[in-house]
Design a protein around this ligand. Structure first.
Ligand code: SF4
Length: 89
């Protein structure tokens, strides 16, 4: 099942951890993290929303838990409890 990831660009402080951990998914642009075009379904000044294959879950979870400001949310439509926990970060 695809994974939906939301980068809250208005919260991101551009520390660079996410792109360093997952260079195939994230990139810093204008000092804030965003999802690479090939996975992005929407990116603007405030958010970057991506739809990614499930085999990228480990890397994404690592980046989410390493984010100093909880700037990213990870949503899995098949795991509502994980969605709720992630959104509480
Ligand atoms: S880890 Fe968080 S603060 Fe750092 S670049 Fe990624 S989203 Fe931004």
């Amino acid at each position: 099942m695809p994974i939906r990831v939301i980068v809250k660009r208005d919260v991101c402080i551009g520390c660079g951890v996410a792109p360093a951990l997952c260079p195939d998914i994230f990139i810093l642009e204008d000092g804030r993290n965003r999802i690479l075009d090939r996975f992005s379904v929407e990116t603007n000044d405030n958010i970057s929303v991506g739809k990614l294959p499930e085999d990228m879950l480990d890397c994404i979870e690592n980046a989410v838990t390493s984010c100093p400001v909880g700037g990213r949310y990870i949503l899995r439509e098949d795991l509502v409890s994980s969605l709720t926990l992630a959104c509480d970060m």
